[in-house]
Ligand binder design. Structure first.
Ligand code: PAF
Length: 284
């Protein structure tokens, strides 16, 4: 595996790797602090492509909260060791100046998918994601790009960005959430939970799972929403920010059970912000 820090070297290395012809390149964009969730994307890319590039870049333009940017875990050495072991070809670990030689002032037309939930709570966040992801797409010219469904809305936003930019490639591949044995969705932010918070955090997934059973037993969208919010806000260590049950493609809230309706939650535990989501069974 080559660790590449400059755009010039990335292009050169990819040109060489592609010179054999018909070489498929997979891209896994990450912000590092890699865990088994990321590694499931990496493994999938390695299985489906000839060459896998993993970017490790904490993108400042997508942080609307300076403390979150400052405290975001950075574990480059351990990340590169994991990527090497997984058989990755290129770890792209650029500086901010390499990714943004000039400030990126582009404003993307991300439409309604970016206006709700994370878009409403974190102004500018998705525009920053679109900036960095479009840049990584352009630099890698990848055939496929892999994203985790924990960031459910992010995938919809990236699809929209690719559509408005008229990109033919990469194909955007959504991969299932990976969970700890106790159900907590894997996230780089989990390491910032105290032991006590970490012990209680699985309540989020347990509550979502129970809400699916309630829906199967005939509860309405409004009843399910109230149950999830009441349960989580009733826990002394948790502050839910929102719980929305949304259409899987438009991400707009639904008030009756639509095919693929997905519940998306954000919960604060102390100063750590956790997100998770779950699909509800279709109702006729
Ligand atoms: O999901 C993430 O880790 C980031 O938002 C991404 C897609 C790597 C862009 O910085």
């Amino acid at each position: 595996m080559e660790i590449i820090r400059t755009v010039a070297r990335l292009k050169e290395a990819l040109d060489t790797l592609r010179s054999g012809g018909n070489v498929k390149v997979g891209l896994v964009p990450t912000m590092g602090a890699l865990h088994a969730g990321h590694m499931s994307l990496v493994e999938r890319s390695c299985a489906e492509n000839d060459v896998t590039v993993v970017s490790v870049f904490v993108n400042p333009t997508q942080f609307n909260n300076p403390d979150d940017l400052r405290t975001y875990p950075r574990t480059e050495e351990a990340d590169c060791a994991l990527l090497e072991k997984a058989g990755v070809d290129i770890a792209f670990v650029p500086s901010v100046e390499e990714v943004y030689p000039e400030p990126d002032t582009r404003i993307f037309d991300l439409g309604a998918v970016a206006e709700v939930m994370e878009g409403a709570m974190r102004p500018g966040h998705f525009n920053g994601v679109a900036q960095v992801v479009s840049r990584l797409f352009e630099l890698s010219e990848a055939d496929r790009a892999y994203f985790g469904e924990k960031d459910y809305q992010q995938i919809a936003v990236i699809r929209r960005m690719a559509q408005v930019m008229g990109l033919q490639r990469p194909q955007i591949v959504a991969c299932p959430i990976q969970r700890a044995d106790d159900g907590l969705a894997l996230s780089s932010r989990n390491v910032r939970l105290s032991d006590a918070q970490r012990a209680e955090a699985p309540l989020i997934h347990r509550t979502l799972c129970h809400s699916v059973d309630m829906a199967a037993d005939g509860a309405t969208v409004a009843e399910v929403k109230a149950y999830v919010l009441d349960t989580l806000s009733g826990h002394p260590m948790m502050k839910p920010e929102y719980y929305e049950i949304v259409h899987p493609l438009t991400l707009q809230p639904v008030d009756s059970w639509a095919e693929g309706a997905t519940g998306c939650v954000t919960v604060w535990m102390g100063d750590v912000r956790l997100i998770d989501n779950i699909k509800y069974p279709a109702k006729n």
